[in-house]
Ligand binder design. Structure first.
Ligand code: SER
Length: 312
């Protein structure tokens, strides 16, 4: 990776990935692009990921060799408008793959725990197992994995991805995801507000802290290609908890945190079909994935960093 384009750079992952990659590869070697503009950043380009010519022009003019395609409607938003979710999620990926084929770029696209469906084993969900998701978000993720593998086999495009758990971070908020509660609960705790949880108290899901996400993305993209047998996409796991467990962990720091449940039927149904904890042994074997953040370290760090940001 020498010259990088991040499409969807304004989102939860994109905003932190931009800073992280600029720290490694240099400010001007990481072009941030997003549909929402008005940034005070000379290396930012406002563009619509569905506008193939605009993306191609940015790649051409900046001599890009690696594209991070982070454009996606998340799972709950997707259920509200499945047709749009397909158009945006698949349209952005297809453009990235085609442009990568033409301009000889590598492509990273995140897949997700959402790529699994109710027939996959919930505990230690294997790397290779039935994948029959019941959400449009998951359908797009599985299709994206297959399409990315196809572009690799058929055209030699260097495509790589990880199946991300719910991402917890202290900067930009996620939006429209089923795992968002695990970020929102920190805001409620620090602001002294009652937290209304939309998923059941005992619903386990895979989660991951942003520093591990950023490391995973760089490590996979820098990995020796001859070791990569799976490519799209690798299970990565670091922690798994339910609402009552994360609440208890935060209460060790903020005992007054109050949580009540108002179950959102859409998020309930979505999360019911997802893994409790993925088996990430293939990522460990093929590119030395090794997460650093568990539940207690993540909670302490989130409260400190977010607390400072919120002035608490
Ligand atoms: N965080 C995503 C969501 O909840 C899953 O990848 O939709």
């Amino acid at each position: 990776m020498k010259k990088i384009l991040i499409v969807g750079a304004g989102g939860q992952i994109g905003s932190e990935l931009t800073t992280h990659l600029r720290g490694i590869y240099g400010q001007h070697n990481v072009i941030a692009a997003d549909i929402h503009g008005d940034r005070e950043d000379n290396d930012f380009v406002q563009l619509d990921a569905l506008d193939a010519e605009a993306v191609a022009k940015t790649v051409r003019e900046n001599k890009i060799d690696t594209i991070f395609n982070l454009v996606a409607l998340l799972s709950a938003t997707g259920e509200a408008n499945p047709q749009k979710a397909w158009r945006v999620n698949m349209g952005a990926l297809m453009n990235a793959l085609e442009i990568a084929r033409e301009y000889n770029c590598a492509v990273f696209t995140p897949s997700s725990i959402g790529a699994f469906g109710p027939d996959a084993p919930k505990d230690k969900t294997p790397q290779d197992t039935p994948m029959h998701p019941t959400t449009i978000y998951g359908v797009c993720k599985v299709t994206g994995e297959l399409l990315s593998n196809y572009y690799h086999q058929r055209f030699g495009v260097d495509t790589r991805s990880v199946r991300l758990p719910g991402v917890i971070s202290s900067q930009a908020l996620p939006g429209g995801g089923t795992t968002d509660y695990a970020v929102e609960i920190f805001y409620a705790a620090l602001k002294g507000e009652k937290f209304v949880c939309p998923v059941p108290h005992d619903r386990f899901m895979d989660m991951i802290y942003m520093p591990d996400v950023l490391n995973a993305m760089v490590q996979l993209m820098e990995a020796d290609p001859s070791r990569l047998k799976h490519r799209n996409g690798y299970n990565v796991a670091s922690m798994s908890f339910s609402p009552e467990i994360i609440c208890a962990e935060i209460r060790k720091h903020i005992p007054s945190l109050e949580m009540v449940y108002e179950i959102d039927p859409v998020k309930d149904a979505i999360s019911e079909g997802w893994p409790n904890l993925m088996d990430d042994s293939v990522a460990r074997a093929e590119w030395d994935w090794a997460p650093k953040w568990g539940l207690s370290e993540m909670t302490t760090d989130m409260l400190e960093v977010l607390g400072k940001r919120l002035g608490k």
